[in-house]
Ligand binder design. Sequence first.
Ligand code: NOJ
Length: 539
Amino acid sequence: MRPTRWWQTGVVYQVYPRSFGDSNGDGVGDLEGIRRHLDYLVWLGVDAIWISPFYRSPMKDFGYDVSDHTDVDPLFGDLAAFNRLLADAHARGLRVIVDFVPNHTSDQHAWFIESRSSRDSPKRGWYVWRDPKPDGGPPSNWISVFGGSAWALDGSTGQYYLHSFLAEQPDLDWRNPDVKHAMFDVLRFWLDRGVDGFRIDVAQFIAKDPLYRDNPPHPEPERLAHMGAWSRQLHLYDHGHPDLHGIYREFRALLDAYPGDRVSIGELHDEQIEVWAGFYGHNLDEIHIPFNFHLLFATWDAARIRTIVDGIEAALPVGAWPNWVLGNHDQRRIASRLGQAQARVAMLLLLTLRGTPTLYYGDELGLPDAELRPDQVRDPWGLVEPTQGRDPGRSPMPWDGTANAGFCAPDVEPWLPFAPGHDRRNVAAQLEESASLLSMTRRLIRLRREHPALAEGVHRTIDGSPSGTFCFLRSPDGDGTHPAVLVALNLTAESRPIELHHGSGRVLDGTHPERIGAAVDTAALELRPDEGLVVEVAG
Ligand code: NOJ
């Protein structure tokens, strides 16, 4: 099935608003700061920006604790600033996707303040309140993603409320129809303003076991080691209930009733590919882009990457469109996970696979993790579990080589330190170099748009390439009149000979730009250490 929708052919770029551009001199990025950098995003060639939350919030989880869903936090500006950003983005052909945080609110949200005021409050049933167990303990053994029990006792009303994340992020009860109506009204508010879609925060959390049964221990806790203490349980009951599908069908219908191809992107963490694929919906009537994080958590090994890519391609429901993610605001930076050389290979993979890529701001520069002193830690998870701190991947965007890198005024302290090497690794410096990761990213985004094989071609993994390499072919449907594209990746630091018997080809792009334009024989191709090549071959 040919991709025809903008969200299929386009590239999504995630902006973490605290870290993109500070326009008002407080060291924290804001909406006007994003607006001032729109031309960069157009130059880079992305199609849409997804902006992490900028709503009113006490910022206990940097905006994922929303206290007013329909207003902008003064830290980021106001609704007028959002309108300007949206209008200017649209004027440049850029779509704007906003975050939707359905599972929880801030404990300072008027709904929760009302809900906790008394057991008889009309909003009591908007959140999940339960009596203590007979011994006074929490109603179940569920643990918060950020550590500790997921239940907090409210002393004045004598009941526990559920919080899958911080105690300051109480969970809404989506089994209550009033909650669903109110949250769907939030969607309408932003759709009416003209946003092009939503990224749905922890989309699997909004339906839980209605009996609140205890989770069993995880038989292989090391499998989810990146989740810290949360990895110790098998999360059968605290999220992922099948009732989710009905909610997302309604969600989708709401979006589809609006003109202009609005999109939903779901944050879904599920090791089981079939469960993940289920969120497209039986008739592709649920989430447009169920985020596919399988590459993000993969061991960077060619055989593993191949298994993932083939597994995702095989698991897709008929007509479903894949998507790929390599970085986001919750993970370490790709350049620190893989090193600079393989970060280039990874970017080339992201931009040549079949499916919508989501690019995390700064990864196009190869930003490494920022290094923080203990007194610079800001992330609540990092304060509770130091190994889980997410600040290193959220450092300010370095625009140039001046003091404070053009992110904020030179005399202002940015809210987090810059990643090391920002005096060289910044937009202005990399713009100048054709060999930079930024230049390669920009070229590949254009190539993916212009070359039919990359824009819409089917995917076929090529068997028999040497260990440590992953090769695939992207071929446009049809009679073979359009050339195909061969992608050959060397995930090792040693050279690898490839014999693919495809005959001659021409290098369209690659991690080593001096090869661009060269004629190559794909039946006898020497991949250099850490090299990725995009080669046009006969269809
Ligand atoms: C997932 C978000 O990406 C993360 O940053 C946040 O802390 C949790 N959801 C809770 O909202």
